[in-house]
Design a protein around this ligand. Structure first.
Ligand SMILES: [Zn+2]
Length: 473
């Protein structure tokens, strides 16, 4: 059941990728989208997120994959967003193997909690894998085809970047209360056009407006956000999920209301629609504030990391074949991969392969983080003063995304190329008694993380990638 794929793709994954495309070439962009809604006939589709054994009974709106391909200086990169809970790194490598003439392909999941299981832990019971392998294979093929399609319709564009902020549009359920209420937009206009042809919208909220009882497949609120922006601007829209850890979710307390002023709540399609349109309205503010942006040349720094899997539930899920990912023996160094895990070595500390990347696209800085990063790590707003009851109160503070980005115009892509779970600041890791904030029990979070060492590893890896691409000032 432990399988290490020694394919060309795996070997490529061990290499560091870094280069800069030639400057002063015109920027080209193309968009494509493809419906990846699974068929509901014949076998059950287990909906990912919340509890197990939630079988889909119908489709409310399609599960989509969308991509923007950028081209400059003879180099092409693809940014892909999928309405899934978290496409796993092995599947992303499969997509890349079909797009070997692209310099870089980034596949980010929106973290949709109302789409099909692509990880495995939402099957009919704890020992049943909820993934339809044929579906994942189809998604791989469809995404690769969509990227090729986008690359076939490239047109000259000019770019602009803008932000707008509204913290009331996200709810944070874990102390300390730190949100990322900044919506970031890259607007692409065809040469000479006043209205956008494509929008890249990055927002920071769990797509879980429909809640745990919904049984219809849907892209959740991002469906409404994309639809509202498409309608307003007549353009294509790529919705990207940023920081959702900690746990950033749709708002409560009367923020989302119907036309009559009545509060709408989780689990209601009207709530998802109205909230999605509120996010679109915030995007409009960001678009209105956008300023010209140079998006080339491209400098890409991407490298695999070994992520130690300390979480006993994750280890069990892999051992039972519920989660299928190659694993290696943890070496103690995230930049070194050990031998493949075997039945004989199954009790040793293990690691899975993932990736952290930094893209410098002209003036735009893009952090690619393979999971659910806590907003504390985005802004360096850690619990202060540190609570001595936490498990590692003396752990060094990790560098922050905002602190590492060499400029002010940046995007944060969460669940980029992978979903390794929660990325929790080590000082706030709080699994063992006594508990921080004087609590009787642990806060919710650690159960969804590979372990306390993930945040130091991911943030150190991002620092190394930025340094490799462009020395920090
Ligand atoms: Zn989540």
């Amino acid at each position: 059941m432990w399988r290490w794929v020694r394919s060309a793709g795996a070997l490529v994954g061990l290499l560091s990728l870094s280069w800069t495309a030639a400057a002063a070439e015109p920027l080209l962009a193309g968009f494509a989208e493809v419906d990846i809604t699974p068929a509901l006939k014949g076998k059950p589709v287990y909906i990912a997120g919340y509890g197990m054994n939630r079988k889909a009974t119908g489709v409310h709106d399609p599960i989509m994959a969308r991509t923007v391909v950028l081209s400059a200086g003879g180099e092409r990169i693809a940014l892909v967003s999928v309405d899934l809970i978290g496409l796993q790194y092995p599947a992303v490598k499969e997509i890349r193997s079909r797009l070997s003439d692209f310099r870089y392909v980034m596949v980010s999941s929106t973290h949709n909690h109302e789409g099909p299981d692509v990880i495995g832990i939402w099957g009919r019971g704890p020992f049943h894998r909820g993934v339809d392998e044929g579906y994942v294979d189809l998604v791989v093929e469809k995404i690769a085809a969509a990227v090729k399609q986008a690359a076939s319709v490239l047109e000259p564009v000019s770019a602009a970047y803008g932000t707008a902020e509204d913290e009331t549009l996200v709810h944070d359920s874990r102390l300390p209360i730190v949100k990322d209420g900044v919506l970031r937009v890259v607007r692409l206009n065809k040469a000479g056009a006043a209205t956008p042809a494509m929008l890249l919208v990055q927002w920071n909220c769990h797509p879980e407006a429909l809640g745990s009882r919904n049984r219809l497949l849907t892209a959740d609120f991002p469906h409404a956000t994309v639809a509202a922006l498409q309608k307003r601007y007549g353009c294509d829209v790529l919705y990207l999920t940023g920081a959702v850890g900690g746990l950033l979710a749709p708002p409560r307390g009367g923020v989302v209301k119907d036309a009559a002023g009545n509060e709408l709540k989780e689990g209601d399609y009207e709530y998802a629609r109205v909230y999605g349109e509120q996010v679109a309205a915030l995007a409009t503010q960001a678009i209105d504030a956008a300023e010209p942006l140079a998006l080339s040349p491209f400098t890409i720094s991407a490298r695999t990391i070994a992520v130690p899997v300390e979480n006993p539930l994750y280890r069990l899920a892999r051992a039972m074949g519920v989660v299928k990912r190659p694993a290696t023996i943890w070496t103690g160094d995230f930049q070194q991969f050990g031998d493949p895990m075997t039945l004989e070595t199954k009790s040793l500390p293990s690691a899975v392969e993932s990736e952290v990347a930094y893209l410098r696209l002209g003036e735009l800085h893009v952090a690619c983080i393979p999971g659910e990063i806590y907003p504390e790590l985005v802004y360096g707003k850690y619990q202060a003063p540190v609570d001595p009851a936490a498990d590692y109160p003396d752990a060094p503070l990790e560098p922050s995304v905002a602190g590492l980005m060499p400029g002010k115009k940046w995007l944060l892509l969460g669940l980029a190329n992978d979903e390794i779970g929660y990325i929790i600041p080590k000082r706030q890791w709080d699994k063992a008694a006594p508990y921080a904030y004087g609590r009787e029990t642990s806060q919710y979070g650690e159960i969804n993380s590979c372990g306390a060492s993930v945040a130091p590893i991911v943030m150190t890896a991002l620092k190394l990638r930025v340094e490799e691409a462009a020395p920090l000032k």
